[in-house]
Design a protein around this ligand. Sequence first.
Ligand code: KG4
Ligand code: ZN
Length: 374
Amino acid sequence: MMMRILAIETTCDETGIALVEASGSETPVFRIRANLVASQINIHAPYGGVVPALARREHEKNLPALLARLAATDARALAAADCVAVTVGPGLEPCLWTGIEFAKTLAKKLGKPLVGANHLEGHLWSFLLAPSARAKLRALFPAVALIVSGGHTALALLPDMAHRKKLGETRDDAAGETFDKVARLLDLPYPGGPEIERLAAHGNPNAIPFPRPMIGDKTLDFSFAGLKTSVLYHLRNSPQSAIRGAQNVAETSASKTRKTNIWREEPRGKPSETERADVAASFQEAVIETLLIKTLRAAEQAGAKSILLSGGVAANETLKSRFRKAARERGLAFLAPPKAFNTDNAAMIAVAAYMKILAGTGRYRVAAAPNLNL
Ligand code: KG4
Ligand code: ZN
């Protein structure tokens, strides 16, 4: 039976509304009728990170506008929605509430049930939005999933489609957060991930031996704060230091808001473009290798048949191709969503809601859960 899901996503700095048709149980199939995303990057970029109060204001403005756009193009499908799904967490609390209140009103107006969804399950299952996933689905499990976003870095084992066990997570900064912070050290704008990827393309990934944090550790946890500090020290100690003035840097991410002191030294001149590109490429290499080592170890320990890669950081082409190659060499299947579904969107929230319904493992309470986990 086909289920038409109207999904709302307002976790962080992207407002998303999607209308997705879902069907099938052993092989779930998703057809996207609409997937609208209003990005707030320009609003937050001057602050170097997401400002929750501004984000909420933008969500309040964007939600009715996106819904009107959807109604204008697909009014019939909208009226025929079977349920409204909304992200309840994890994320920035004021942003989550904005989406939830909007979804509640909408569900009431349509006279349809409201379903809570987990943002991390959205990332986790986003690979199902790739049409090629369908054919591989039966041979995927057990699978190891790596979610790498601005707020999270987590490894999970999926023995089958309905069950899951968390294997590890970051003990401090998330991978995307680290990309964003290192980008700031290099004077690159927010969000830093795509900027670092661009700069890294001109650099030597083996130029600077940045640490691969915790790879010798027995757990499957990660830690990226030390790597960021290594980049800071490298820049500070380089003959042409790029680091300027001591300042407080307000840092926000999908899961937390906090203030950190990053010591910035007086400039000793601008680093050359080659030096900056080498730092970007070597940093990116350190992150990729660290993520890859632990993911492969998890896959080996679990006897996994596949690796599922998702989240904003997985939009990184170098990261993705390294994972694909490593999986192929080990005879593992590799699945990742189409690039547009790596960063936050509502289509993946519709998928998460459907998979939760299929699993039959209870419902999420429809109230903001900023620290909800996998
Ligand atoms: O999944 P996402 O949109 O939001 C969260 O749930 O956090 O991820 C956003 C994060 C940001 O930190 C951004 O810098 C990072 O994903 N990102 C990338 C790339 N594109 C986005 N990191 C590395 N390389 C990229 N190409
Ligand atoms: Zn996300």
